[in-house]
Every structure is written in structure tokens, then in C-alpha cells.
Design a protein around this ligand. Structure first.
Ligand code: ACO
Length: 320
């Protein structure tokens, strides 16, 4: 016995930034961004902290599940960068929400963070160390991109997504792959002010070779999905939805065509939020849940890729 997803929540920061807004200070345009990525607009944090958006997404998920925060016995918080290096955002969040379990921590597995968190949660449920868990993915990508680099900053947005998990049989299987390559996608640390040696000034900006990541994503995600389908004697038509990390519509379309499936099976919200890293899948799940698109018994194939480099596929039966 593992878990069911019983509640979802999300938070989209107030400030909406369109492609035309970006063209106001960058050598870019709406047509380039839309046709190369599918993104029309994104949300950017202004007066909100990462903790603020995480609290809102979590409170929604907890209310949707109809549980009390004090019942949560596992809290996993996924982010590339919290408001503080220490303490962890999980500690700050649990105080705000009234969660008092000791099993709580931050994790950073880039865009694939949500699937890595589900994998850890599965172990807690199987070993009966958790009965009710909260997974929160919140990302402030606007603080990591170089706003003078048109090849990266146009791709990302800020946001938070959360799910509540409770004991059940909805989680079926997960496959995660890590290859340790980082040259094409990384964020270095900013240089410190150590007085004992000369250091070159270094800024903590996201660097990405888009074409390399594109090639990696389309080839590896299909491998991951295909082996998962084969392992479970499923065909590509069996999942009701493929819920992809929302990075680029061309990556999603390329996978869809290789799997010979219709567009309805590949929901998308990257047009409105851009790439929100680990928050993208739980944000999309929340949108589908609230719109009543998910029916009890639906089979979901969650698909991810990102820095690490990582890929993952996860089969979940929607039992809410
Ligand atoms: N506006 C206008 N022109 C641009 C822009 C922009 N915002 N950005 C780049 N260009 C230019 C380039 O300078 C280049 O010009 P040149 O031909 O004169 O040199 C031209 O557009 C083509 O650039 P490419 O990088 O070849 O464009 P490409 O078609 O590969 O699209 C993109 C770039 C969208 C980044 C694509 O490679 C991609 O989506 N890669 C995957 C990225 C991704 O999914 N990352 C997320 C995964 S990991 C994670 O989520 C953290």
C-alpha cells in the first residue's frame, strides 16, 4: 500500500508578464517566443516571498483533501532556492501551516523535484512511516535567470503547486534516471567575500544550452515512458493523460507524435505560466483537478526532465 493524491493546490504570483512586456527591454518578440516555446505569458513574484506562495498552494491542497494540517506526518518541499539557505523552507512552512511532524525537509532535484518527492513519499507510505503527506514545489525562477539573456529569461516563470497524499493504492510505479551531466544546464553559486584569496566575480544565474537540453529531453523522456509502458504491459493509448513538465510545447508535441496520441491527452498550461521548474506538474494537476477534468480511475503518466540531468516517468491512478 502506498498513497492516493487526495488534494491539490497552487499559487500563481500576481504580476503577469507578457512576451510584449519582455520585448520592451530585450531584443525579442512575441512571435519568436510563442513559436519556439508555446509561452505567451508568465507570472513573476514581486512583493510575494517563496514562502507566501508555498503557504497559499499548501493551504489549498490541505483544504481540498479535507484534512487538518496537524495530521500531516511528512512534508517534502522542492525548490531550486528557498528564501533562506538556512533554515529550510519546510521548517518555515510547517510553522505557518501548523504542521508539527519531524519528517520534513527541502530537496533540490531541479525541474524533476516533484517526481523525486513522490518516490521518497512512496517509501514513507510503504514503510508505514507516513499516513498523510504534503508535497510542495515552489520556485522563484525570476531570481535565478539573467534578465539580460534573452535565450533563457523568456522561458521561465514563478509559481507553486502542492498535493496532499493519503494511504491508498493510487501510486503504481516510478522510474527515475540521473546521468550527472551539468555542462548544458546549471546555476553556479555567487562568489563569496572570503578575504584569503582572489576570486573572480561570479553571479548565480541559470545557464542553459537550449538545443542540447532539447535533444536530451525529447530522446530520454520517450525512453523513460516506453520502458514504463512495457514494464506494465500497457500501450501508449492506455494512460488517460500524459502530464508533462511544462518546459516547451515543442518537446511535448514531439513526444506526443512519437507516441501517436491525440492532443487532449497532453494537457498544457505553459502558455500562461512558462517553465516553473518543479512546480509545473503539481500546478497543472491542480488546474485539471479544479476544472473537473480528472475522473476517478483515470491513469496518469507523469513525465519529467531537467537539471542533473534527470528524467522520470510515474504512473498514478487518480483515486480522489
Ligand atoms: N528572442 C529572439 N531570438 C532569440 C531568442 C529570443 N528570446 N533567444 C534566442 N534567439 C535567437 C538566437 O540568438 C539564435 O539567433 P542566431 O541564429 O542569429 O544565432 C536564434 O534565435 C535561434 O536560437 P536557438 O537557440 O537555435 O533556438 P531554438 O530553436 O533552439 O530554441 C529554445 C531555443 C526555445 C531554448 C529551445 O532550444 C528549447 O526549448 N530548448 C529546451 C529548453 C528546455 O526545455 N529547458 C527546460 C528543461 S530543464 C528545466 O526545466 C530547467
Amino acid at each position: 500500500m502506498s498513497f492516493n493524491i487526495t488534494g491539490t493546490g497552487s499559487c500563481h504570483p500576481k504580476k503577469l508578464v507578457t512576451n510584449d512586456d519582455l520585448a520592451g527591454f530585450l531584443d525579442t518578440n512575441d512571435e519568436w517566443i510563442r513559436t519556439r516555446t508555446g509561452i505567451r505569458e508568465r507570472r513573476i513574484m514581486t512583493d510575494e516571498s517563496l514562502l507566501d506562495i508555498a503557504v497559499k498552494a499548501s493551504a489549498e491542497a490541505i483544504a481540498d483533501a479535507g484534512v487538518s494540517a496537524s495530521e500531516i506526518d511528512l512534508l517534502i518541499f522542492s525548490t531550486l532556492q528557498g528564501d533562506y539557505i538556512s533554515p529550510s523552507t519546510a521548517c518555515l512552512l510547517s510553522k505557518k501551516l501548523g504542521i508539527n511532524c519531524s519528517s520534513q525537509f527541502d530537496m533540490n532535484m531541479g525541474c524533476s523535484g516533484f517526481l523525486f518527492a513522490l518516490d521518497i513519499a512512496d517509501s514513507y507510505f510503504k514503510s508505514k512511516k507516513a499516513k498523510k503527506a504534503l508535497i510542495v514545489c515552489a520556485e522563484a525562477m525570476s531570481k535565478l535567470v539573467d534578465w539580460s539573456d534573452r535565450s533563457t529569461c523568456v522561458l521561465f516563470g514563478d509559481g507553486a503547486g502542492a498535493v496532499v497524499l493519503e494511504s491508498g493504492n493510487g501510486f503504481k510505479d516510478i522510474s527515475l534516471t540521473v546521468n550527472g551531466e551539468y555542462e548544458h544546464l546549471y546555476v553556479q553559486k555567487a562568489s563569496g567575500n572570503i578575504p584569503f584569496f582572489e576570486q573572480p566575480e561570479q553571479k548565480a544565474f541559470l545557464k542553459m544550452d537550449g538545443q542540447e537540453i532539447y535533444i536530451f529531453a525529447v530522446s530520454s523522456i520517450i525512453r523513460e515512458i516506453s520502458s514504463m509502458l512495457e514494464k506494465h504491459s500497457m500501450t501508449a493509448s492506455d494512460p488517460d493523460y500524459y502530464i508533462f513538465h511544462q518546459a516547451n510545447i515543442r518537446i511535448i508535441d514531439s513526444a506526443r507524435k512519437k507516441l501517436r496520441q491525440s492532443g487532449e491527452k497532453f494537457p498544457v498550461n505553459l502558455d500562461r505560466y512558462g517553465n516553473t521548474s518543479s512546480a509545473s506538474i503539481p500546478m497543472l494537476l491542480d488546474e485539471m483537478n479544479r476544472e473537473g477534468k480528472l475522473k476517478k480511475g483515470d491513469i496518469l503518466m507523469l513525465c519529467t526532465f531537467g537539471a542533473g540531468l534527470t528524467t522520470g516517468a510515474c504512473i498514478i491512478e487518480w483515486n480522489k
